[in-house]
Write a protein that binds this ligand. Structure first.
Ligand code: ADP
Ligand code: MG
Length: 463
């Protein structure tokens, strides 16, 4: 079943009674076409509106405006129980006094009228889905006699037993320990492939979303920042937020500028940037984008070397880096060239360097990247145009930034900016506190699990 969201918007009144007028635009003009039979990862930091989007698709929350279509049917006004959806939450919420079989059977027993099945049909269906999620050996156990992963599989079976048109999963793995999380996500992938049910999987964990999704939708503050195949989005981020949100270790971000067809970080020319206009920029360099080279343009101070088997992570600093340390992954063979506490020089891989305009934080394409981006767009179009991205500042951003306390690093950053005044000129003076800097501190905090758990409890209140 194809799912289409058209200008979908959800505005909540403020929870803070003192600020009566401060409403929250939880989902802001969402336009998305989810292809039939695919698994979509809805991904973003805590509070970006993932659950709200899911609840509107499920029918548990009415949108403030906009439309939801299942196939050609407008379901915007349709009650949740008539939408044919299966829903799985973070907390498995099984009936503790019922056995596994009774738990899975329960939704079928509630079917009314012509949808009602005979006892025999019901049991057959229950065994089929139990087998599918590999829980059929435990049919007579109570939930308390199962592991977390097994309980979550029962919850998935219960969501599948009515043969939903769309399966909605809201952080279904968050309560599982690391090993089970990996295993269960593979199982969700397999179940989705076996059934072909259009599935929307919500998570704040970029690695999780990247590993199981056909397509990801990266969100921030209620807005779609970029959509596409996980690898495409990783390789071709449309804005600084997406570049920073995807990837472990995270991308290294530097302040820089383009001048006369060259990219400068500090006073060093680090890359040719044919075709890009002169401007102040942020430079994102993936950890795998550095090559150790004595004649390389970028000089950093080594602060450590982490051996990770085949690869080595060189940890270094540079006064123009926005990350406290720069992590570059080089092959173990090259690591001998690095002295543990000296300067190191890097050459950069062009396709691993992403440049963003300093004001808009949108991508600045240069050199071969222009053609590569065109090719990516064409490939996406051929796959059904599952592509969208955001440019420019976000409506809620100014609002949120004002509520954040200043991060520690800000001091160091402001100090660096002051030092640079003489060198780089007035551009920094206009706007010394950059949105990127704010975003960095808040997003990293939000991206952590504990922060997410806090809002998860909030959303549980709503259910
Ligand atoms: P996510 O699932 O991505 O963590 P949510 O969809 O739960 O985010 O929330 C998005 C935003 O809407 C947050 O700012 C949250 O505080 C707010 N919000 C969610 N539910 C309500 C509600 N019932 N009343 C007021 N604000 C809400
Ligand atoms: Mg949520």
């Amino acid at each position: 079943m194809k799912v289409v969201l058209e200008h979908l918007t959800k505005i909540f009144p403020s929870r803070n009674k003192k600020e009566k007028n401060a409403e929250v635009v939880a989902v802001n003009d969402f336009n998305l076409e989810i292809p039939d039979g695919k698994l979509i990862g809805l991904l973003g930091p805590s509070g970006c509106g993932k659950s709200t989007t899911l609840y509107m698709i499920s029918g548990l929350q009415p949108p403030t405006s906009g439309k939801i279509y299942f196939g050609e049917d407008d379901v915007t006004e349709l009650a949740a129980e008539n939408r044919g959806i299966g829903l799985v939450f973070q907390n498995y919420a099984l009936y503790p006094h019922m056995t596994v079989q009774q738990n899975i059977l329960f939704p079928l027993q509630n079917l009314k009228g012509e949808n009602r099945l005979s006892k025999e049909e019901m049991l057959k269906r229950v065994y089929e889905v139990a087998k599918l999620v590999q829980i059929d050996e435990y049919m007579n156990r109570k939930p308390s006699e199962l592991s977390g992963g097994q309980q979550q599989r029962v919850a998935i079976a219960r969501a599948l037993v009515k043969m939903p048109r769309v399966l909605l999963l809201d952080e279904p793995l968050s309560n599982l320990d690391a090993r089970l999380r990996l295993q269960t996500r593979e199982e969700i992938r397999r179940i989705q492939r076996d059934t072909g049910i259009t599935t929307i999987f919500v998570t704040h964990d970029q690695e999780e979303a990247m590993s199981i999704s056909d397509y990801i939708v990266v969100m921030k503050l209620g807005v779609i920042m970029q959509t596409g195949k996980p690898q495409w989005v990783y390789d071709d981020p449309a804005n600084l937020f997406v570049a920073k949100f995807l990837g472990t270790p995270p991308i290294n971000v530097f302040r820089g500028r383009i001048e006369g067809g060259k990219l400068y970080i500090g006073e060093e020319a680090v890359l040719e940037t044919k075709g890009a206009e002169d401007q102040e920029v942020y430079v994102g360099i993936r950890p795998e984008g550095f090559i150790l080279d004595e004649r390389g343009g970028l000089t950093c101070s080594v602060s450590g070397i982490d051996v990770m088997g085949r690869d080595v992570s060189v940890v270094s600093t540079n006064e123009n880096s926005l990350n406290p340390v720069i992590r570059s992954i080089v092959s173990a063979d090259d690591a001998g060239k690095v002295s543990a506490d000296g300067a190191v020089k890097f050459r950069l891989k062009e396709h691993k360097v992403f440049i963003f305009n300093k004001e808009t934080e949108s991508r600045v394409y240069f050199g071969k990247q222009v053609a590569a981006h065109e090719a990516m767009l064409a490939a996406m179009k051929a796959e059904g145009e599952f592509y969208a991205f955001h440019e420019g500042p976000l409506p809620r951003e100014a609002d949120d930034a004002s509520k954040q306390t200043q991060p520690e690093e800000e001091k160091g950053f402001t100090a660096t900016v002051k030092k640079l005044f003489g060198k780089i000129g007035a551009a920094f003076r206009k706007k010394p506190e950059t949105p990127a800097e704010d975003a960095e501190s808040t997003e990293n905090a939000e991206n952590s699990e504990s922060a997410d758990d806090a809002t998860q409890t909030e959303s549980e209140d709503k259910e």
